[in-house]
Design a protein around this ligand. Structure first.
Ligand SMILES: NC(=O)c1ccc[n+]([C@@H]2O[C@H](COP(=O)([O-])OP(=O)(O)OC[C@H]3O[C@@H](n4cnc5c(N)ncnc54)[C@H](O)[C@@H]3O)[C@@H](O)[C@H]2O)c1
Length: 331
């Protein structure tokens, strides 16, 4: 059988082709799966989609009409897939429930450290042979407080690094993680975490209950000199409210690997176009903000694991087996 994979990055293509070689043919496309591209999938029973695919009702209906029966999503998060519609259409949807949490946690730390120590500004200056230190002052993290919202696999990996820095740990989650408690993490309510943390890092999934978890009120509850890092999903933060706070001169730094309106922008070269998104355009002008384009997962190790799990998901589907990666049909 030939599988159609959408949204394949150049680095990812050889990994996908190699992983599928003993099993199925695979055709890799760099375009993302959305309403415009879904008709390409006509005749493909199995389609693999990437993190920024828009698998809403019209796209799923187009896929089903073209004969697609299985979607192998190459990410952990699945907030981009309308599972109810997929189930109604009788499709199987599988995701990758586990891959290196270190890839994302280490990247969240990369953002936190870069904004704290003004690394981008410093590197830009030294390229210009401007060796002044004015405006580059950061703060020790040792002895300060890290607040982790979502203490699952990635939140735990993030907390372990914070522990290594000698930080006090606060956590917020619907379920306490004993491994985090063992590190000395104290679980508190969200307001207390926001009020006491010098560094706030988001690691909960995006779902209706967590949409705009960091809204205007949450931002106001944070310390004026806090660092905010979001490497989970853009919709967790009300970006317009964040811009309003940044305009007031608040926060030591903000590191964002995700953005609520990233679909149609992230992973693409828009450098020659006029950016229509005024919120994003304003966001990147703040000297204390660093935006990256959803690259936290993008390590060789994580990609290999994602691709291997995707192959397993496809083989499970063709053999009629279920695994913990299957989102629909519900067992
Ligand atoms: N930027 C990237 O490249 C990237 C890559 C992978 C994952 N992610 C994001 O990171 C998220 C976390 O991944 P993970 O592997 O740690 O997931 P996980 O399931 O191990 O952890 C998620 C945690 O959030 C908690 N949680 C769920 N709903 C909650 C709620 N309503 N209130 C409070 N806590 C809640 C869960 O109890 C769990 O402890 C993913 O959902 C995904 O959105 C981003």
């Amino acid at each position: 059988m030939e599988i159609l994979a959408f949204g394949v990055q150049a680095d990812e293509k050889p990994l996908i082709e190699h992983a599928f070689q003993d099993h199925h043919e695979v055709r890799c496309l760099d375009v993302f799966l959305n309403e415009d591209t879904a008709p390409i999938a006509a005749g493909y029973e199995i389609v693999s989609s990437s993190v920024n695919a828009e698998l809403d009702a019209p796209v799923l209906e187009t896929l089903a009409a073209g004969g697609t029966r299985m979607i192998a999503q190459r990410s952990t998060g699945f907030n981009n897939i309308d599972l109810r519609v997929a189930e109604r259409l009788g499709m199987t949807v599988a995701r990758v429930s586990y891959y290196s949490p270190y890839a994302v946690a280490e990247f969240a730390w990369t953002l936190a450290l870069a904004v704290n120590r003004r690394i981008v500004r410093a590197a830009t200056r030294t390229r210009d042979f401007d060796f002044r230190l004015d405006g580059l002052m950061g703060r020790d993290l040792h002895g300060r407080t890290a607040g982790v919202l979502g203490t699952g696999k990635i939140g735990e990996a993030f907390a372990r690094i914070a522990h290594g820095f000698g930080m006090r740990l606060l956590g917020w989650d619907v379920a306490e993680n004993p491994a985090c408690a063992e590190l000395g993490m104290r679980y508190v309510d969200k307001d207390q975490l926001l009020a006491e943390s010098d560094l706030v890092s988001l690691h909960v999934p995006l779902m209706p209950q967590t949409q705009h978890l960091i809204d205007a009120a949450a931002l106001k509850a944070m310390k004026d000199d806090a660092i905010l890092v979001n490497s989970s999903r853009g919709g967790l933060v009300d970006t317009a409210a964040l811009v309003a706070e940044l305009r007031e001169g608040r926060f030591t730094g903000v590191g964002l690997d995700v953005y609520e309106s990233e679909a149609g922008l992230f992973f693409l070269d828009k450098s020659l176009e006029a950016i229509e998104d005024d919120t994003l355009a304003r966001l990147v002008t703040f000297p204390n903000v660093l935006v990256t384009s959803h690259q936290a997962y993008y390590t060789e190790d994580a990609l290999r694991q994602i691709v291997a799990a995707t192959v397993r998901n496809v083989l499970d589907y063709t053999a009629g087996r279920r695994s913990e990666n299957v989102l629909v049909p519900h067992s």
